[in-house]
Design a protein around this ligand. Structure first.
Ligand code: COI
Length: 355
């Protein structure tokens, strides 16, 4: 394993932060001054360094381009108006990145080195963490294969990067979702639980068709019968029916979301009954028809808590209750902002302060 004191640091000559308008950010389009990068070769991680954010160079035959050996993470740093800043549950993202790495036959990133890289990078670029209520610094770690070889086998060399991007909310209004009963995101035994780049590639065409019909996202169903709800394009999904919080149980096909896990914990803390189990589309449709569906929302790092405005099944479009009346999701949204801005007691030690 690499010695964490061996991260070489090369600072940008002049920061670009002065030209930033943090009030008008478009998700994923602006990148902060620096990035972390290291190489895996000869069976070990090496050449850990922080450099000015820049283009990469790789061979046209790099395996990632051909066979998609690549996984990423999404996490965030937050800062309040007093200048306190930190990461939300980075240990969960580090662990999930390594789970994805194992599934895609890539080397794991040593946890302490991962954390050291995150800490140094976010500290160096902390002037890029917006302090506005719903803003944050989105952090994108990514691990991919770089052998210049086009035979099909696991690569022997890899690159691991972390770069960051100041962001506002991913969804600026409640989302309209469509139940997907033909295409499949993930199947048992597949890579659905991993944050594999290819999972997202396969979802784009069905999502584009849904966009053309006026929907923001799909609600994926199981690959075998298209009968059970799984997750949405960029987030896990939750429903409040008869006062209970329902969410699809984890398994091969569902991403183990950090926000999902946090929502479940908070709901339990607040005395709400939580059921993690298989959820039939029919159960949700029936609850909607009988006015028993109180809330539906997506949750994810980028999406945070995203109210679902309508759910469509074929030609039927169901309007959900007014957003103002949604007690749990509104309480969760407020709690998460308060926690991330250090305004409430952090009972679960979820925030890792970096000042
Ligand atoms: C995240 O929530 O961090 C995601 O990875 C979702 C999306 C932006 C790909």
């Amino acid at each position: 394993m690499i010695d964490t004191d061996t991260i070489d640091i090369q600072k940008i000559k002049e920061s670009k932060v002065k030209s930033m308008d943090f009030a008008n950010l478009e998700f994923g389009k602006t990148f902060s001054d620096h990035m972390f990068i290291m190489e895996y070769k000869d069976g070990k991680w090496q050449e850990a360094r922080i450099l000015p954010y820049q283009n990469l160079s790789m061979s046209p035959s790099a395996s990632v381009i051909h066979y998609g050996q690549s996984a990423f993470e999404g996490m965030k740093a937050f800062k309040n108006k007093d200048g306190r800043f930190g990461l939300f549950r980075p240990d969960k993202n580090i662990a999930r990145m390594n789970k994805s790495a194992v599934r895609l036959c890539m080397p794991e990133v040593p946890e302490d080195l991962f954390m050291e890289a995150l800490t140094r990078l976010v500290q160096m670029d902390n002037s890029w963490i917006p302090t506005e209520e719903l803003s944050s610094l989105y952090i994108r770690p990514v691990l991919f294969a770089v052998d210049d070889f086009i035979g099909v086998r696991a690569s022997e060399t890899y690159r691991f990067l972390i770069f960051t991007s100041p962001v506002n909310a991913y969804y600026t209004k409640p989302v309209r979702v469509k139940i997907e009963r033909h295409f499949t995101r993930a199947a048992k035994g597949g890579t659905g639980y991993a944050k594999a780049a290819g999972n997202y590639a396969g979802s784009l065409y069905p999502a584009k068709l849904a966009n053309q019909e006026g929907y923001d996202q799909l609600l994926w169903t199981d690959s075998k019968e298209h009968k059970y709800i799984e997750e949405s394009g960029t987030m896990n999904v939750m429903f409040v029916v008869d006062g209970k919080l329902l969410t699809p149980e984890l398994g091969d096909t569902i991403l183990d979301g950090v926000t999902r896990d946090s929502v479940i914990q908070l709901a339990k803390d607040w005395g709400i009954e939580v059921e993690e189990r298989r959820i039939e589309v029919e159960e949700i449709l029936t609850a909607m028809k009988e006015d028993r569906l109180e809330e539906a929302f997506g949750c994810g790092t980028a999406a945070t808590i995203a109210h679902i405005a309508t759910i469509a099944d074929g030609d039927r479009v169901y309007e959900l209750p007014a957003v103002e009346d949604r007690k749990l999701s509104n309480k969760l949204s407020k709690y998460f902002v308060d926690l991330k801005k250090f305004r409430v007691e952090d009972e679960h030690n979820w925030m890792i302060e970096l000042n």
